[in-house]
Design a protein around this ligand. Structure first.
Ligand code: HMG
Ligand code: MG
Length: 296
């Protein structure tokens, strides 16, 4: 393995749980800093209901102001047809649909049962593709649900297969509340890989219990080559109690580069972005690599 793609989800997953609403020009400056650091895949926002996620109510405004060029591609979450209309009037390059492997989290997060969600997402994917957009899929609560606890792997397989049938090019497997450990990641991937190729899967690990990086490592050993991370270790789902930050992109970059695996991301330049975000949010961010770079 020589290279891993990091999808930087800090502007979306990282900020969506923050009560301090950052102005749109601050978000644009974050995107500029990420590009300077060499990040190419930026999940910038969500076209969800502004009442459900107030931090991302500025999605259209931000999308219109995002800096272009240098091979950067912007992504945004799209939950339904209304979100798709908003996304299609923006210059966002590609979309991500999302649902959960567990019924209760799906209802709390998007107000529908899993079965009711499929046709909504299928319509989004079909119309997005007709407009020339690629669509990624996210499955939440793959390794555990805040409301139901363990989630049978058969349910994860079923939801992933439905997403692939719809035509998503990749599925990001979400450890929404950071309960996974390497054994669980390995066992789950072993089952999933009987039904779908590893190239179609990505890892999205939250770090609630400090296991995100080791889970990322195991998923790489199992063949995954795309990992989601958030600058500074920000992140969390507002509709998953107890969910905290994503694996910090700083941790991923440090670890991968030390292992001789390219990410294309400059760690110091990335840390400069997180230092600015710390100032804006008025508190230190959790990334240990960030804090050690600051201390140097
Ligand atoms: P709903 O209330 O069921 O929507 O919300 P509805 O279809 O019944 O419509 C009600 C009203 O909302 C209508 O307006 C719609 O037009 C409007 P009215 O006719 O009453 O004036 N509406 C919208 N407005 C703007 N944008 C839209 C939209 N949709 C409907 N897209 C909905 C359903 C899905 C919209 C809502 O539940 C929602 O926005 N949920 C999003 C929650 C969220 O963003 N969660 C976090 C992201 S997922 C995550 O973090 C996990 C992940 O990181 C992976 C992991 O870690 O596991 C991806
Ligand atoms: Mg997440």
């Amino acid at each position: 393995m020589t290279r891993v793609t990091i999808v930087e989800v800090g502007l979306r997953d990282g900020l969506q749980n923050e009560s301090v609403i950052l102005p749109v020009d601050v978000k644009r400056r974050i995107a500029e800093g990420l590009i300077r650091a060499g990040v190419k895949e930026i999940e910038a926002t969500s076209f969800v209901h502004p009442r459900w996620v107030p931090q991302l109510a500025d999605a259209a405004e931000l999308a219109a102001q995002l800096p272009r060029g240098q091979g950067v591609r912007y992504r945004a979450l799209v939950p339904n047809a209304k979100g798709l209309e908003r996304a299609l009037s923006s210059p966002i390059d590609e979309y991500a649909v999302f649902l959960s492997a567990s019924e209760t989290h799906n209802r709390k997060n998007i107000n529908k049962s899993i079965d009711e969600t499929y046709p909504v997402l299928a319509e989004v994917v079909e119309r997005a593709q007709a407009a020339g957009k690629r669509v990624r899929g996210y499955v939440s609560t793959v390794f555990g649900c805040p409301y139901e606890g363990d989630v049978p792997v058969s349910q994860v397989v079923r939801v992933c297969e439905r997403l692939l049938e719809m035509g998503v090019y990749e599925i990001s497997l979400g450890d929404t509340i950071g309960v996974a450990t390497p054994k669980k990641v390995k066992e789950t991937l072993e089952v999933l890989l009987r039904y779908m190729p590893v190239e179609r899967l990505a890892g999205h690990f939250h770090d609630t219990r400090g296991t995100a990086l080791v889970n990322a490592y195991v998923s790489l050993e199992m063949g995954i080559r795309t990992l989601d991370g958030a600058f500074g270790g920000l992140g969390g789902c507002p509709y998953a109690p107890g969910a905290s930050g994503n694996v910090a992109t700083e941790e991923l970059v440090y670890f991968l580069e030390q292992e001789g695996i390219e990410t294309g991301i400059d760690l110091e330049a990335l840390c400069r972005v997180s230092v600015e975000v710390q100032k804006q949010l008025g508190r230190p961010l959790s990334s240990k690599v960030l804090q050690s770079v600051i201390a140097e």
